[in-house]
Design a protein around this ligand. Sequence first.
Ligand code: VG1
Ligand code: CO
Length: 541
Amino acid sequence: MTTIATTPFDDQKPGTSGLRKKVPVFSQPHYAENFIQSVFDSLDDYAGKTLVIGGDGRYLNRTVIQTAIKMAAANGFGKVMVGKGGILSTPAASNMIRKYQAFGGIILSASHNPGGPNEDFGIKYNTGNGGPAPEKITDAIFERSKLIDRYRISEAPDVPLDEIGIYTVDDMEVEVFDPVADYAELMEELFDFDTIRTFLANGFEIAFDAMSAVTGPYAKEILENRLGAPEGTVRNFTPLEDFGGHHPDPNLVHAKELYDEVMSEGGPAFGAASDGDGDRNMVVGKGIFITPSDSLAVLAANAHLAPAYKGGLAGIARSMPTSQAADRVAEKLGIGAYETPTGWKFFGNLLDAGKATLCGEESFGTGSNHVREKDGLWAVLLWLNILAMRGESAYDIVKSHWAEYGRNYYSRHDYEGIDTDAANGLMDALRDKLETLPGTTFGELTVAEADDFAYHDPVDGSVSKKQGVRIMFESGSRVVFRLSGTGTSGATLRVYLEHYEPDPAKHDQDTQETLAELIAYAEHIAGIVARTGRTEPTVIT
Ligand code: VG1
Ligand code: CO
């Protein structure tokens, strides 16, 4: 064991989901070590306990895993459990922490961002409940990172990550385990695999795009081996360090091929894709792209059809910018509806306290109390379970959902890589206007309320302020503005647009056209073109 002297970096503040930076930043001497030591220094009483480590397989994954193992040994952990090949999807890591009662876990990922020598990398700490560390801990990590002057690391040789087995690093045990087995077992417990297997065998054709990221081995095992989907159902199933040069981001831009295939004549009836670390999902049915907000609402309304949720849901939680479609389901079911800031860490308390069973975000994230992360494959399996039980197409299920609850037309406009000062200036100007907005009109729109969202956690009483500017109209429509907390260069402005339409005769309109007035309002109130120089968003989802 060696203690290495170091000096602090001033930019190690965890964002929405851990610390994310470009690889060249992470590759600086002592950079990853400083952050990992700052994590350990912010924790109490872990001596002799177990730490789960794994990542999404991107460039730098193996290097940082070896570093983290040696640092865990030198800092007195009793055991490290690490996925074979350094692979562990984010939801599978959450499951491992919970199942083996680990003290916590380190997940290496930059999620949906590209990977490679000049692309993104990330480190995130999860606590013993399996979920992302709450703000109290991430704040402590940041404070520690600004003062750190030494870290501890073992001089032991690298662990053979590709061989399942038990090893030692100094006095610490290291178990290299199969990253898929426990997760696949959990999915078998939650869902009716026999029913899904029969449904697929009877000709319901599906396609799954793993986007050359971490879910490949999981989807192969579960969809093809255990559920009997034909070989070839899972595409791009080998995790690559650079994701084949693509963004492993399951949306209509980056998973367009899959979308086109499902929409094509003779193509599969249902398609799904997941992101770099396996916590996001996109689902498309023949003839319909299902927005993540709608997906959450439909899953909530039908979850009782799957064994794990047959007793009903305790409540539904969604992040603030996620459409209000799920709230209508909660209302009808007579259960709690919760609105949290963006980022899965805010769902942890609600799940732990048994207040919410399903959670979701508009950013292609859905999950439940089975783990404490969002879970891409879980969402796909719940969809398949519901499709098999209802025997209707995804299109018909969504259409009848809208007919019953009304449709929340929804879109997110992202302006990526804009100047940071311009982005902050835009948000500050919006905040300054908030008080004067209620009662003002724009076309058919009248502002009912406007605020900067603050979350009061009903479980631990903590308050998180400045979580996004919300402008709510009398019609129920909303425009939300916030800056991304996961980017690695410049700033990203996200504009979230939502229009509620109760009339089934108006459920077949084009989304962007339906939202046109709200889009014009967003420009009018925020001055996006003038402030950022951008005349249109870089990504529309
Ligand atoms: C984005 C999404 C947010 C999600 C986060 C992490 O954050 O908007 O909903 O929880 O990514 O997802 P931001 O701050 O950039 O808007 V993932 O799949 O990176 O773990
Ligand atoms: Co992700």
